[in-house]
Ligand binder design. Structure first.
Ligand code: AMP
Length: 214
């Protein structure tokens, strides 16, 4: 299964990709996670990416495409992959087609995770990551038992630097201006599937599976 997850920040791409990865043994490739790791490592690439990320802008295509080419070349992508947060503009979508053609692969679907804009803000402001496992949680929506378990196991609930109200507004605007046009791009390729991404994680997951043919 080779899929792209499309959708606004907070639409649940990461959560659903993690679930699919765990249950189907297909890697989740999140350019946001790869960029955050580069920033945390203090590498030259991370330093170049950081200012754009802090401002909620897109990191330059040359950086992101370099990262994605390298990642898609790794052996664990043989059975497929879930692209989460990439592509984010038309140039990236076209570059992805070229990279896949080079390695003799093609996408099965681009899944749009559809969420009402009012719901997005609460999801983003409440979002936390377990410092030990990387699991995504939400202080408003996750079961208290799951939040408590992180602390009981010695982890911390970390908030992403760009999940603050000022930056979130810009990220949603960048999504609308640069990423939303990809809906038509993938519709034109016959690859677009739309999933109602509101409701419980398990309900959305069931809809996602049926959209990609199980
Ligand atoms: P995410 O975790 O997908 O919300 O990404 C967090 C931030 O990383 C974004 O706001 C961008 O600054 C940057 N980023 C992630 N993926 C991309 C991409 N495909 N192109 C450009 N910037 C990206």
């Amino acid at each position: 299964m080779r899929i792209v997850l499309l959708g606004a920040p907070g639409s649940g791409k990461g959560t659903q990709a993690q679930k699919l990865m765990a249950e189907r043994d297909i890697p989740q490739i999140s350019t946001g996670d790869l960029l955050r790791a580069a920033v945390a490592s203090g590498s030259a690439l991370g330093k170049r990416a950081r200012a754009a990320m802090d401002a909620g802008e897109l990191v330059s295509d040359d950086i992101v495409l370099g990262i994605i080419r390298e990642r898609l070349g790794q052996p664990d992508t043989g059975n497929g992959f879930i692209l989460d947060g990439f592509p984010r503009n038309s140039a990236q979508a076209e570059a992805l087609e070229a990279v896949l053609a080079d390695i003799g692969q093609q996408l099965d679907a681009a899944v749009l995770m559809d969420v009402d804009p009012d719901v997005l803000m609460k999801r983003l402001v409440g979002r936390r990551t377990c410092s030990k496992t990387g699991k995504l949680l939400n202080i408003y929506f996750s079961p208290k038992s799951e939040l408590d378990a992180v602390i009981a196991e010695g982890g911390e609930l970390i908030q992403r630097a760009d999940d603050n109200e000022a930056t979130i507004g810009n990220r949603l605007e960048v999504y609308r201006a640069q990423t939303e046009p990809l809906i038509e791009f993938y519709r034109g390729r016959g690859l677009l599937r739309t999933v109602n991404a509101e409701g419980s994680i398990d309900d959305v997951y069931a809809r996602l599976l049926s959209a990609v043919g199980g």
